[in-house]
Design a protein around this ligand. Sequence first.
Ligand SMILES: [Zn+2]
Length: 208
Amino acid sequence: MRIYFLNISPYLAICFIVDIISRRIREGDMRKYEFYWDLIGDISAGRPNLGNLVDLDVYRLMQFTMRDVIEQHCGTETTDEIFYEAGKLAGAQFYARHIKPVDSLDEFVSKLQKTLLDKRIGVLRLEESVLNEGRVILTMDEDLDCSGLPELDYETCVYDEGFIAALFESYTAEKWRAEEIDCWCTGARTCRFLVTQEDLAEAGADGH
Ligand SMILES: [Zn+2]
């Protein structure tokens, strides 16, 4: 019986691993929701009367209900990870479509400020920028996601954190991380983000 078990179990183990790998490949092949810009569609053709605008409360209703349900399924930490990652995907796509090409930090910032304003996402200001030392502090007034929300004791703009990190990653081709350090919800009446280049921040933390 023992010999039989030893003979069979490696076979079963291999079958099990092959099954997992092939299932992942199949799922990869069959993705339903991978983002590409054409998914947004031809809005002028599709909404000749209602156009490109929607009330902001409807945008927040969709985001906050989705966040509620994801949290119930996955927990708070995973929900924040999902929103950060989704923000990063949006930021990278947004940079590729609306910001690049840019030749300097000034051009990057001014183009970003103008586009965010034109699209009514928010009013971006740079408070402190030492890009070559991997540190930027910026504020976003009238932020799409949180301006006007009731006061809470935590920052809420996790999607924005990912979005901003990806903008800097796209511009510099380095790894960046954004952390919201003030939010409308914490009484600051603006959203303030500390954006740091990951390897430089780690080197600093290590004392190098
Ligand atoms: Zn905020």
